[in-house]
Ligand binder design. Structure first.
Ligand SMILES: [Zn+2]
Length: 208
């Protein structure tokens, strides 16, 4: 299934629930259920702030991939690997709605088109600002670039830490998860994959 189809299948995030109850007023109830007093000074505006924050953090559903790349695609003869490393991202895990965050490294092998380098982090944000799984986020970034650029291949490596592991559950502060997606030449040709992974190792951030 292509990314476009999957996006279309997803429910739109509506500003108001069917009942007409706002997220903010539901958050007020959540605070009460948690034993808090939503009327105390520090919490007065919290439900509205939470609603605003959540809307921003999942605003990626509304972003149109074509609008990001339109006007920034160029026909070139360049046929060497293009890599954008260390793209910071922040996402929310769909199981706990807690943040996971880290770095993504994106590479592609142009066939006849390249895209403005600054567009690649915007594609990452588009998929990170959703309720996500790290595995799916990695795949979606790779597949969407494959779709719009039609390159010989795309490679994506994602390193992340998950608050749901750090703050609760196993409470492991230093364990990170690494996922990757290799398409086209990155999957079929060992030399291409090795070149990409070798370039990533060149100055990997110590201690990540
Ligand atoms: Zn989680």
């Amino acid at each position: 299934m292509s990314c476009a189809n999957r996006d279309a299948a997803r429910p739109a995030v509506e500003p108001e629930l069917e009942t007409g109850v706002s997220i903010a007023s539901l958050m007020e109830q959540v605070l009460r259920k948690l034993g808090e007093d939503p009327g105390r000074e520090g919490l007065l505006k919290t439900p509205e702030r939470v609603e605003k924050a959540l809307r921003y953090l999942i605003s990626g559903y509304q972003v149109d991939l074509k609008k990001i790349v339109n006007g920034a695609m160029f026909t070139v003869k360049y046929d060497e690997m293009v890599i954008v490393k260390d793209i910071e991202f922040f996402s929310l895990c769909e199981h706990h709605m807690l943040p996971f965050f880290g770095k993504m490294h994106v590479a592609y092998l142009p066939r006849h088109k390249v895209v403005g380098l600054s567009k690649i982090p915007r594609v990452v944000d588009m998929f990170a600002r959703r309720l996500q799984l790290q595995e799916r986020l990695t795949q979606e970034v790779a597949q969407s670039l494959q779709q719009v650029l039609d390159p010989l291949g795309v490679g994506v490596v994602c390193q992340a830490r998950h608050f749901c592991m750090m703050m609760r559950g196993v409470e492991k502060q230093h364990s990170g998860a690494v996922t990757s997606a290799m398409l086209g030449a990155f999957r079929d040709r060992k030399e291409t994959r090795d070149e990409f992974l070798g370039l990533l190792r060149m100055d990997s951030t110590p201690g990540f």
